[in-house]
Design a protein around this ligand. Structure first.
Ligand code: NA7
Length: 535
C-alpha cells in the first residue's frame, strides 16, 4: 500500500492512531484546523493493532470502553461481548475510522523520530523515519500508556534459536504452535490471557512465573441484545453518570471499610464479585487500596479459591500470590487460567525459587533445569507511560530533552502539559487518571479539554502556551500525596516503574478519580486556563 506523506505545515500534529489520536484528529478537523496524524503501524488501532495474541481482551466492559462523542457511532455499533476481545475492539476502531473518514488525514508506517521546539517561531518541527519534516503549531502526544514493549533483561535472549514473540508485538499472520514446545515468561494480564489459549494448542506449555498475580474471573459472556439496546436508548445519560464517578465506569462503590465489617459478611460480598466477575471487587470496600489488613482479606479469599481450583496442591501453592497486597499490582481478569494448570501438557515453573539463568539457543535454562522450547512468548509487559515518549528525541526550550526533564519521573501540570515543552499536550498519560480509570472516558475528556484550549488560544490570538513551573510542582505534589495513602508502592509493578531497570520508582497516576479530575480541569479552563503562561 502507498503511504500518504504528511503535509509540510500543520496547525496540529497528532502522534498515535489509537483511541486518543483518532478522536483528536476528528475533533480538530471539525474545528477547521489543519491537522494530521502519524503512526508507526500500518493502520489504526494503537495498542489494539499490535496486541493480537490469542486471548487478548480488555479488562473494562465494552459498553464503557468506547466513544460517546458521536451518537451516530453509539447507535450504529453493537458490542457483542461483556469484555471485548482484541479483534472486536480493532473492528470498532476501523469502523470509527471509516465512518469519520479519518485515514485521509493520516500517515501510517511512519515513525516520528524527533520533535524539536523552534523557539523563534513558536512551533514544533517533527522529523520522521520516512524523511518527512513537518512543522506544526501544536503537537498532541497520543502515544499510549502501554505501547512500548519491555523485553526481560535475561542473558542470551538474542541467542534463542526458536521463534520469539512479545505479546505486545504479535505477528499479524498469527503463530502456529500446534504440537510445539512453547514457553511463556510473564504472568500479568497478558500472560494470564495468553496461557490458556496456548495450552489448548501446544504440545507442551511451560509457564515461567516470577510473581503470581491476583486474578479473578472475568465472567465474560455474550451481551444480551436487549441490554445493549436499552443502553443505547439512554447512552448519553449512562455515560454522563460515569464521567462523574471515581473510575469512569458504573461499578458500585462500597461505603464501608472491610475492617469495620464482620468477616463473614465481607466474604459474602467477595463471593458475589467472584460470581459476577470483573474488577469491581476492588471498590467493594473503602480500605482495600489503603489498608494492608483489609487487602489481605481479599488476598486470602483469592488464595482459597485458587486452592479449590487447582488440583495439584504444590502447583496451587505456587499460583497463590504472596508477599504483596491484593490490588497493589493491576488486578488480572482470568478466563480459565487456573483450570489450565490441571492439564497434562502444562507445567508451571516457579522462577523465583529456581531463577532463569539464561536463554540458550535451545530454550530456557534455570539454575536447576533446562527447558527445550520451539517457541518462546514474552508476556513481560511495557515500559509504561513514558516509554513511547522517550523513544522519540524530544527537545524543548533551550534544547532540554524530555528524558532529562523527566529524569526523576514525569513532571506535568494536570497531566496535559509539561514546563519547558510549550504547545505540546499529552493524552491520558502520567499525571492524569489514565489507565487507573476507564481510559476511554479519560481520553475523551482530555481530547476535548486540549482541543478546546487550542481553540481558545486561536480565538484569543495566542500562539504559545507553556505549563507554569509552580503550578506543575503543585500538581505533581498533589498526585504524590494522593498516591502516598495507597498500597501501590508495595507491589513491584509497572504502575511504579518497577519492571524497567533504572526507571525512577514513582507513582505518577492521578488517583483522585475522573469526576474530581474533570472538575479541576474545568475550573482551570473557566479561569482562563489558569497555570499556563501564554503569549
Ligand atoms: P505486566 O503486568 O507488567 O506483567 C509482566 C509479567 O512479566 C510479570 O509477571 C513479570 O513478573 C514478568 N516478568 C518481567 N520480566 C521478567 C523476567 N526477567 N523474568 C521473569 N518474569 C518476568 O505486563 P502485562 O503485559 O501482563 O500487562 C500490562 C498491562 O496491560 C496490564 O496491567 C493491563 O493494564 C493491560 P513480576 O510480576 O515483575 O515478577
Amino acid at each position: 500500500e502507498e503511504r500518504t506523506a504528511p503535509p509540510d505545515e500543520l496547525d496540529v500534529l497528532v502522534i498515535g492512531a489509537g483511541f486518543s489520536g483518532l478522536y483528536a484528529l476528528y475533533r480538530l478537523r471539525e474545528m477547521g484546523r489543519r491537522v494530521h496524524l502519524i503512526d508507526d503501524a500500518p493502520d489504526v488501532g494503537g495498542v489494539w493493532f499490535w496486541n493480537r495474541y490469542p486471548g487478548a481482551r480488555c479488562d473494562i466492559e465494552s459498553v464503557d470502553y468506547c466513544y460517546s462523542f458521536s451518537d451516530e457511532i453509539v447507535q450504529d455499533w453493537t458490542w457483542a461481548e461483556r469484555y471485548p476481545a482484541q479483534p472486536e475492539i480493532l473492528r470498532y476502531l476501523n469502523f470509527v475510522a471509516d465512518r469519520l473518514d479519518l485515514r485521509r488525514d493520516a500517515s501510517f508506517r511512519t515513525r516520528v523520530e524527533s520533535l524539536t521546539y523552534d523557539e523563534a517561531a513558536d512551533r514544533w518541527v517533527a522529523v520522521t523515519d520516512q524523511g518527512d519534516q513537518v512543522i506544526a503549531g501544536f503537537v498532541i502526544m497520543a502515544t499510549g500508556q502501554l505501547s512500548k514493549t519491555q523485553p526481560p533483561e535475561i542473558e542470551g535472549l538474542e541467542d534463542f534459536g526458536g521463534e520469539l514473540y512479545h505479546t505486545g508485538q504479535w505477528p499479524r499472520e498469527g503463530v502456529d504452535i500446534a504440537e510445539k514446545l512453547v514457553g511463556v515468561i510473564g504472568t500479568g494480564s497478558s500472560g494470564v490471557q495468553v496461557i490458556p489459549q496456548l495450552a489448548k494448542g501446544a504440545g507442551h506449555l511451560y509457564v515461567f512465573q516470577r510473581t503470581a498475580h491476583y486474578a479473578i474471573p472475568a465472567n465474560n459472556k455474550p451481551l444480551d441484545p436487549a441490554f445493549v439496546a436499552d443502553l443505547k436508548s439512554r447512552f448519553g445519560e449512562y455515560r454522563e453518570q460515569a464521567r462523574h464517578t471515581p473510575g469512569g465506569t458504573h461499578r458500585v462503590i462500597g461505603t464501608q471499610a472491610a475492617s469495620d465489617v464482620d468477616p463473614e459478611a465481607v466474604r459474602e460480598v467477595f463471593e458475589g464479585h467472584w460470581e459476577r466477575g470483573g474488577p469491581d471487587i476492588l471498590a467493594s470496600y473503602t480500605d482495600l487500596r489503603t489498608d494492608e489488613a483489609a487487602a489481605e482479606l481479599a488476598g486470602d479469599f483469592v488464595r482459597e479459591k485458587i486452592r479449590g481450583l487447582v488440583e495439584d496442591p504444590g502447583t496451587a501453592e505456587k499460583l497463590c500470590p504472596k508477599g504483596y497486597p491484593f490490588g497493589s499490582k493491576r488486578l488480572v481478569l482470568e478466563i480459565g487460567y487456573y483450570d489450565t494448570f490441571n492439564r497434562d501438557n502444562v507445567t508451571l515453573v516457579d522462577v523465583k525459587a529456581d531463577p532463569i539463568s539464561r536463554i540458550t539457543p535451545n530454550g530456557v535454562r534455570t539454575t536447576d533445569a533446562e527447558y527445550p522450547l520451539d517457541v518462546l512468548v514474552l508476556a513481560t509487559g511495557y515500559d509504561a507511560l513514558t516509554g513511547a515518549l522517550f523513544e522519540m528525541d524530544i527537545k524543548g526550550v533551550g534544547g532540554l530533552t524530555l528524558r532529562e526533564a523527566w529524569a526523576d519521573g514525569p513532571q506535568t501540570y494536570l497531566g496535559v502539559a509539561t514546563h519547558g515543552f510549550p504547545n505540546m499536550f499529552f493524552v491520558a498519560g502520567a499525571g492524569s487518571p489514565s489507565v487507573l480509570s476507564n481510559v476511554v472516558i479519560s481520553i475523551e475528556q482530555h481530547v476535548e479539554w486540549i482541543t478546546d484550549y487550542i481553540e481558545y488560544m486561536r480565538k484569543n490570538g495566542r500562539h504559545r502556551s507553556e505549563a507554569g513551573l509552580e503550578e506543575q510542582r503543585a500538581w505533581v505534589a498533589e498526585v504524590n500525596e494522593i498516591a502516598s495513602h495507597t498500597l501501590f508502592f508495595k507491589g513491584n509493578s509497572w504502575y511504579v516503574g518497577a519492571n524497567v531497570p533504572g526507571k525512577p520508582r514513582v507513582f505518577s497516576l492521578y488517583l483522585g478519580g475522573v469526576g474530581r479530575y474533570r472538575d479541576i480541569c474545568d475550573e482551570v479552563a473557566a479561569d482562563g486556563y489558569r497555570g499556563f503562561e501564554t503569549t
